[in-house]
Design a protein around this ligand. Structure first.
Ligand SMILES: Nc1nc2c(ncn2[C@@H]2O[C@H](COP(=O)(O)OP(=O)(O)OP(=O)(O)O)[C@@H](O)[C@H]2O)c(=O)[nH]1
Ligand SMILES: [Mg+2]
Length: 209
């Protein structure tokens, strides 16, 4: 009897706090053309400069290393990659910006595929915009942030690689990034691929799906 009460209490807490549990996740499709974008489930996507940690964050959230391919070589993700979570919504891994293999200046700010995805996805519920917790957001990060505001696309800022800073410095780093982007510190979530920040992000997702 005691056990049943505990289980019931656990589920009541989950409902009350809106905590999400990722029960299953699978790769669905990589897309290179606008006409092939999916529109079957709500979508949560991840944008940011190349190498900031988008694919690694998806793997951390689903608890499955290697679901989204990550690499120390920037520019790995070149397509729009859909992962179905809990048969309920998609995580969408996007190409990064700010990297040119040839070392030449990009002719565009970011790929047309990325821009088309952000502007045309009907089921897009949240854009997580990732910046490195150790650095000031770049010019391109500022432009992307303005772009999301201008087009009224719901978004939240995530500061990645928090494990690279001492715990005592994380709040200050979030504050600096928030100031730079004219946000409040509560609008910047710190994460690490070791799991730090996972609950905050899953709560945010639960609230917008
Ligand atoms: N220490 C640390 N390293 C991380 C973290 N997240 C990602 N990395 C490393 O950063 C590098 C880039 O990670 P990715 O997840 O591939 O980055 P991405 O943003 O998907 O990069 P592109 O696909 O090129 O746009 C890899 O070497 C990761 O191991 C983190 O939280 N902590
Ligand atoms: Mg990637």
């Amino acid at each position: 009897m005691n056990f049943i009460i505990k289980v019931l209490y656990f589920f009541m807490c989950l409902c009350y706090h809106g905590l999400m549990i990722v029960k299953n996740s699978k790769f669905v499709k990589s897309v290179v053309k606008e006409n092939d974008f999916l529109c079957t489930y709500p979508e949560i996507c991840f944008v940011g400069r190349s190498n900031v940690g988008k694919s690694s964050l998806i793997n951390m959230l689903v608890g499955q290393n290697g679901l989204a391919r990550s690499s120390s070589t920037p520019g790995l993700t070149k397509m729009v990659n859909y992962f179905l979570i809990n048969n309920q919504f998609y995580f969408v891994d996007l190409p990064g910006y700010g990297f040119s293999k040839t070392g030449k200046k990009h002719s565009t700010l970011w790929s047309t595929l990325l821009e088309n995805y952000l502007l045309s996805s009907q089921n897009l519920k949240m854009v997580f915009m990732l910046v490195d917790i150790r650095h000031e957001p770049s010019e391109l990060d500022l432009l992307m942030h303005k772009f999301l505001f201008y087009h009224n696309i719901p978004h939240k800022v995530i500061a990645t690689k928090a494990d690279k800073l001492a715990k005592s410095k994380i709040f200050n780093a979030r504050t600096q990034i928030a100031k730079y982007l004219s946000l409040g510190v509560a609008d910047v979530i710190a994460v690490s691929y070791f799991g730090f920040g996972k609950e905050d992000i899953l709560n945010t997702i639960a609230n917008c799906i």
